[in-house]
Design a protein around this ligand. Structure first.
Ligand SMILES: Cc1cc2nc3c(=O)[nH]c(=O)nc-3n(C[C@H](O)[C@H](O)[C@H](O)COP(=O)(O)O)c2cc1C
Length: 334
């Protein structure tokens, strides 16, 4: 029991999930608050170098929690080792009609059908540039997750992602190509081998032409047949991708899962995401990394994801249920 689970969480859970999220982010934008929340505690320290980047520990914030790069310093103050911002799309967009986020406390789950609401690549680039001008974030890598704008037709997806990458390439430490969110119509079709090749070759041609080539990873859906994973991994190798992020939210529902339309995350995803990590690890080259995400809600989940082969681990839903102590609870340090 801590202050979050006894006081803050019950209050926040009275509000609709999106409002609670915005209020939390707004308060976390005040750096002194996140410092106060963790006063006197040192960030969990388990340094590792991956992707040629220094991580102070292996637990990060998953994409979607900070879509517009609002609270990067807070994630660092809250003990995490890295944060993945976005999903960023080229065009600013409002996302799907509300309500579009649903909480299921008895299942430790969320369902969302947000549809990438975000300020767009140019505004978010300006924000991250300002942040980098003011703060050295040497031991806190920033990933940027890129998605397709809703208004861009699927056959023009490579150009849409490319234009975002052009704006953001110098600003991220690594990039994640998101073809796996379930809430943008057609997005998951980009996992088809020919479409995926076209997308990755467009992005990597540009990335390689930049003064510093950045690591690029692919974020995959837990709903793909495991039998398709060898081909997906082979394509990531063909285009020199640095690794895979597994997984996004799921459209699958077991009989007792909540039924709202959208992507399900949290506890109901734990087993599937772990199995996917286990399947992917031996397929990936020794030079490729695996970021495990999906239903990591406790220290035991973190350990089993690491044992399954994840080099780095991310959380989103776990953060909602565990609150500001999440990094300490999951990494079991005080
Ligand atoms: C409300 C919400 C919004 C999300 N938005 C994004 C997003 O914009 N891009 C993305 O790649 N994943 C997004 N995700 C998926 C998470 O990054 C993560 O892959 C998934 O939720 C599984 O992890 P979890 O069980 O720890 O939440 C979102 C998840 C939630 C719950």
């Amino acid at each position: 029991m801590n202050l979050y689970s006894t006081l803050a969480r019950p209050l926040l859970f009275q509000l609709n999930p999106e409002l609670a999220h915005h209020l939390t982010l707004a308060s976390l934008r005040i750096p002194v608050l996140s410092k106060l929340l963790t006063l006197g505690r040192k960030a969990p320290n388990d340094p590792v170098k991956l992707l040629n980047l220094p991580f102070r520990n292996r637990l990060g914030i998953a994409a979607g929690l900070d879509k517009n790069a609002e609270a990067v310093l807070a994630w660092r103050n809250l003990g995490f080792g890295f944060a993945e911002l976005g999903t960023v799309t080229l065009h600013p967009q409002p996302g799907n009609p509300k309500p579009r986020v649903f909480r299921y406390p008895s299942k430790q789950a969320l369902i969302n059908r947000l549809g990438f609401p975000n300020l767009g690549a140019a505004s978010i680039a300006a924000r991250i540039r300002r942040l980098r001008d003011r703060h050295a974030l040497q031991d806190f890598p920033i990933g940027i997750n890129l998605g397709k704008s809703k208004i861009t037709p699927l056959d023009q997806a490579p150009i849409d992602y490319l234009e975002s990458l052009k704006l953001l390439q110098p600003l991220g430490d690594y990039f994640v190509i998101n073809i796996s969110s379930p809430n943008t119509p057609g997005l998951r079709d980009l996992a088809k081998p020919d479409d995926l090749r076209r997308l990755l070759s467009t992005l990597q041609d540009f990335n390689r032409s930049c003064s510093k080539t950045k690591p690029v990873l692919l974020k995959v859906s837990p709903d793909v047949e495991f039998s398709t994973l060898p081909e997906i991994v082979a394509i990531t190798r063909e285009f020199d991708l640095a690794g895979i992020v597994a997984t996004n939210t799921t459209l699958h529902r077991d009989p007792d899962d909540p039924k709202e339309t959208g992507g399900l995350s949290g506890r109901p995803l734990t087993d599937r995401a772990t199995a996917m990590t286990q399947t992917l690890r031996p397929l990936l080259g020794s030079d490729q990394i695996l970021i495990g995400v999906g239903g990591v809600m406790s220290a035991a989940d973190y350990q089993s994801r690491r044992s399954a082969g994840a080099d780095l681990v991310q959380i989103y839903t776990g953060m909602v249920y565990l609150g500001p102590d999440a990094a300490w609870e999951i990494l079991r340090t005080s």
